[in-house]
Design a protein around this ligand. Sequence first.
Ligand code: IDP
Ligand code: MG
Length: 153
Amino acid sequence: MERTLVLVKPDGVQRALIGEIVSRFERRGLRLVGMKFMQMTEDHAKEHYGEHKDKPFFGELVSFITSGPIVAMVWEGTEAIKRVRRMMGETKPMDSLPGTIRGDYGMDMGRNLVHGSDKPESAAREIRSFFADEELITWSRDTEKWIHDPFSL
Ligand code: IDP
Ligand code: MG
């Protein structure tokens, strides 16, 4: 089981796509373990996107992600990190296949709607930076046996 951080960025919120995005992960069989509607501070955004601090688009990135409310979520499931990244599509919406979030709703890289952690170390760090332990709920669904094959590897 893995947990991953997903953000619906300000463009997704403004375009009324919160429900659409949440429902894709929910229907896939991933399990929601934490969720909040919030606005990021500049300090939090700089820390979150720290790996890009020397890139030319860093200023834009920080100002965009703090420009309005976002939805932060933690989703859990087998290989959740890779699964979510595949469902999001590529960083460039133009390179994203239809059927992915960015491929269905995105046009430009700076308006690509969602964030998803890219590896286990980032997921752990990002989850910690958005959620306190008590905000994450460990639970199981009654439908689990219809989603998971106990014999599959
Ligand atoms: P990811 O969101 O697919 O993981 P990253 O490379 O981690 O992509 O970049 C973080 C975010 O920064 C992207 O989602 C995108 O919004 C923005 N970004 C990345 N590269 C560029 C660029 O070359 N120009 C403008 N924005 C960019
Ligand atoms: Mg990234």
